[in-house]
Design a protein around this ligand. Structure first.
Ligand code: S3P
Length: 170
């Protein structure tokens, strides 16, 4: 198996920040699946949803997963919130689910200095009731997909990363 670490979890939980810290701590590179897709099709995620719909975007996520499976190793992969649904997820590396409550996630996004931008670029974050439903639907799926679950709620990123390193070692 490729020696990658795949971070999955809900939008806004901090997968990107955690991936960068984890990469720095373990001497790896990091890639983000949304960035891969945006460069592959030269379109922003929001435009992809507008022009190709969510099913089109999910196909692109699968393409990104196929590329990762054959071309990437020794890397920390931060993924879009729905990336865990790709068929080959567990062939990409060890899968780590970053967990926080939906209330905490939404509060963190809303209090961010760039809150407006953060919400605007995420098509599935437009309606709070829908977002909460999506979180509740996905929670058991994230847990089933992951090798390990790590809570990020009210924790410093360095602690989270320490725990990931420890738990992946054992
Ligand atoms: C999505 C999450 C987003 C992005 C797209 C769809 C989802 O990524 O892939 O808007 O289905 O949860 P982030 O989790 O990085 O926000």
């Amino acid at each position: 198996m490729a020696d990658n670490i795949i971070l999955i979890g809900f939008m806004g939980v901090g997968k990107g920040r955690c991936a960068r810290e984890l990469a720095a701590r373990t001497g790896r590179f990091t890639v983000d699946t949304d960035d891969l897709i945006e460069t592959m099709v030269k379109m922003k995620i929001r435009t992809i949803f507008q022009e190709h719909g969510e099913p089109g975007f999910r196909e692109m996520e699968q393409q990104a997963a196929d590329w990762l499976e054959y071309h990437v190793s020794g890397t920390v992969v931060s993924s879009g919130g729905g990336f865990f649904m790709v068929k080959n997820l567990n062939r990409l590396g060890r899968v780590v689910y970053l967990h926080s409550s939906v209330e905490e996630i939404l509060a963190a996004i809303r209090s961010h200095p760039k809150a407006k931008k953060k919400i605007k670029k995420r098509p599935l974050l437009q309606d709070p009731a829908q977002t909460e439903k999506l979180f509740n639907d996905r929670l058991p799926q994230y847990r089933r997909a992951a090798d390990i679950e790590i809570s990020v709620q009210n924790r410093e990123i360095v602690d989270v990363v320490e725990e990931i390193i420890d738990r992946l070692r054992s």
